[in-house]
Structures are given as C-alpha cells and as structure tokens.
Design a protein around this ligand. Sequence first.
Ligand SMILES: *Cc1c(COP(=O)(O)O)cnc(C)c1O
Length: 337
Amino acid sequence: MHLSRFPRIRLAHLPTPLEPMKRLSKELGVEIWIKRDDCTGMSTGGNKTRKLEFLMAEALEQGADMVMTQGATQTNHGRQTAAYAAKLGLDCHILLEDRTGYDDANYNHNGNVLLDHLHGATTQKFPGGHDMVAEMGRAAEKKRAEGRNVYVIPGGGSNPTGALGYVNCAFELLGQANDAGLQIDRVVHATGSSGTQAGLVTGLCAMNAQIPVLGIGTRAPQAKQEQMVFDLACRTAEKLGCAGVVRREDVMANTDYVGEGYGIPTESGIEAIRMFAELEGILLDPCYSAKGAAGLIDLARKGAFKDERVVFLHTGGAAALGGYDFAFDHSDRWVNL
Ligand SMILES: *Cc1c(COP(=O)(O)O)cnc(C)c1O
C-alpha cells in the first residue's frame, strides 16, 4: 500500500497537531488526546481538506474546469471544496439541501454559506428529502452541454479517492504516536458520509495497528451507518491493493447522540461545545464534532474507556457556528463591573 501512487495536491497543513487535553481529561477521569484536523488550513480547516487533496488532484488530471458537489445548507465539505476550487482556479457549484427546515437568517446565509460565496462558489437550494444525487447529475449534464468539463464530487467527498485522505491520516497518527512513544487505545470521532471512518479504519487495519475506531453517528441509524462505512472501507482497500484487510467487526458506530436529526443541535452537543471551549479553548460545531464529543463525554462518564488513552479526532466544523447562534444562550456573559 503506497499512497504516492495516487495523484495528490498537497494543500493541507499537515501533519495536524496531536495534543493532550489536560483539563478535559481531568474533568472526565480519562486520558484524552486530540488530533487537530480542525487545523488542516483550508478556509478554517476540517476533515474534507484531506479528502480534497486526492479528489482535486483527480479533477485536474481529468482536465476539469469546474467542480460540483452537494450537502446540507451548512455543509463544511462545500466550504472546503469552494476554497480548494478558488486556490486552483476552478469554478465551483454547490447544491444545498434544506435538511433542517430552519428559516433562521443566519442559518441560511451566514457561517459556511457566507464563506462559500466569499470563495466565489455559486449555490442552489433544494427542499429536504430531494434526490440530491440525481439533481447533481442533472446540473452537471447541463453545464457539460454548455461545454464545461465538470468533475462531480459526492456529498462529503466520500468515495474511495476521498477516503485516501484518511488512510493518510491513519499513517500520520500512528507515526506521531510511535515517535512520541504514545500508546493509543482508541480513536473516537464524528461520522457522517463515512469517508473519514472508512479511510481511517482501512489505514489502521492495513498497518495492523490494532487500534479500534468508534464513529459517533450524526444522521443514520447504527446498522446503516456501519454498513456504509464498511462498504466504503472495502472499496478503499481494493483501490489500495489490499482487498479484504478490513473485517466487518472493525467498523463500529454508536448512533445514540444524533438527537432529533441531522443538523439539529442537541443538549449534550451544546454541553460538549461549552466544555471544549471553556476547558480547552477549542471550538466544535453543533452538527458533527459536538455530537462526536457528546458521545466521547457520555461514554467516558459511563466508564466505557476505563484505563484507556483515547484520541478524539477533531473533524472541524466551527465555521458553521455563525449559522447556529440561535442554539446558544450566552446572555449571562455580559457583565458590568
Ligand atoms: C463531514 C464532517 C464529518 C463527517 O465526516 P464523514 O467523512 O462525512 O463521515 C465530521 N465532522 C465534520 C465537522 C464534518 O464536516
């Protein structure tokens, strides 16, 4: 398995730091480290940047002059794709699905949406439950008929090419741990469109690292989430020439922290945002990393990580906070001395 055999545009700031979270660890009674993939550098960073190193290289190889992708209104993937496209001089169009029904002005125009537009991307809105894959195919065909060479990136950048970014992260993380003499017992992170977990698990299994990865779900129920991750991990391993290296039992997801649904903040997620912000100076987002952290915090409190050293992979997302101001009551932070 040799990642240099695949085209890659190195625009991410790598390696991302691996740091102890001392105050959170003390609070929870579990040693927790953080892998700072919120610091990958492209337009405030996040996990999609690693995937885009490989996806955008493929786009350029195919002679694309335009990229198209899709996601929810506050998609972090769309924002990182828009930034990458700007850097490479490609046009970018993002199809946005209204998965929450919020008519809040900041949700619909601030946060990631503002950044999409600042990077020069165009956006298009669809109601929730729309067939976004079909819609994107139709939109791409329309631009192709106009003579454009469109490279279509699936939602979340989650296909075997994108997942290579997280195979790379598995190498990087294990290298950092080995260099520091740090024994990692488990990795925990938020999982959604599945490319992050699929790539990580594939990389760790291929190295026989024997480090379990727990994905905390943000949308789908457990069986569906695990199957999605497993299917993509199998296809990624095949692409890398190590088919069969991931077993079904290597893929674990806990979907108890989704709450009402995708993109809808939860009480435990808001608590996680406050804890990370106040104890560690680190920002999470309500849609993904906060739900991942809520799972980490709750499971730590329940003793699920007893005597373990856990790495929380921070997948980013804080750029969405400006679109979620309605979820926070911070009126008690105004103090007149
Ligand atoms: C997309 C995203 C995830 C989920 O990653 P997948 O590869 O889609 O499973 C987690 N956290 C944040 C902040 C994201 O933007």
